[in-house]
Design a protein around this ligand. Structure first.
Ligand code: DC
Length: 223
């Protein structure tokens, strides 16, 4: 199977790039952050403290998360309901970052991710895909960008969805979340040793996608 891992901090353009690349290559796209967001939403709805590891473990036991595809779009279902829109609300981001530190939850979601990667050629975006989920991925990219550029992109993205977003607070939230994701004990955000860094600060989405596609072609001649 061809598995392309795209990891990196928030707002680097991972999901936009991963979606476009998957479409270009005619393979699946798996947004793993959506799974953590759905788990965070479940905790929110059940009034479970996302920082209480044993409460999250209990929640994990009855967690029903499913990824489905409709017209090539990934939809995420929680307890049988489509929550694809709700998981994008701004408050969910910090909850997802906190809940994702609980190993039992991670292992459960990693299992789903590995199963998908075994079945389909796919592009996966996340934080630990190259470093933990798929150590043997065909190609590993660590996509990053200047933090202020990332905050500007995230602000525009939220606004395009009709959510109010002040640049300074988006910037603060992004920095706090990166710190949280990089410092958790289990499977933190980090560049896999064999990942290639792509800095998208001064690049368009198309340029990033083309660059990764070229790297993939090269990689496929080597294996
Ligand atoms: O990519 P995103 O912003 O939708 O991810 C939300 C949070 O989920 C992120 O702050 C950390 C967590 N996450 C993770 O721990 N591992 C992944 N593979 C993907 C996301």
């Amino acid at each position: 199977m061809i598995n392309i891992a795209i990891d990196g901090p928030g707002g680097a353009g991972k999901s936009t790039v991963a979606r476009a690349l998957a479409e270009k290559l005619g393979i699946m796209y798996l947004d793993t952050g959506a799974m953590y967001r759905a788990a965070a939403l479940k905790a929110f709805d059940c009034k479970t403290d996302v920082k209480d590891a044993s409460a999250v473990e209990k929640l994990t036991e009855n967690l029903d998360i499913e990824v489905r595809y409709a017209n090539g779009e990934q939809k995420i279902f929680l307890d049988g309901k489509d929550v694809s829109k709700r998981i994008r609300e701004h408050f969910v981001s910090a909850l997802a970052s906190d809940i994702s530190a609980v190993p039992a939850l991670r292992l459960r979601l990693v299992d789903l991710q590995r199963t998908a990667a075994e079945k389909f050629d796919c592009v996966l975006d996340g934080r630990d895909i190259g470093s933990f989920v798929l150590p043997d991925a065909t190609l590993k990219i660590y996509l990053t960008a200047d933090v202020r550029v990332r905050a500007r992109r995230r602000t525009a993205e939220l606004e395009s969805r009709g959510q109010k977003a002040a640049f300074e607070s988006v910037l603060e939230d992004l920095e706090a979340r990166d710190r949280n994701d990089m410092t958790r004990a289990f499977a933190p955000l980090k560049k896999a040793e064999d990942a290639v860094i792509v800095d998208s600060t001064d690049m368009t989405v198309d340029e990033v996608v083309d660059k990764i596609e070229k790297m993939l072609k090269q990689r496929l001649t080597e294996i």
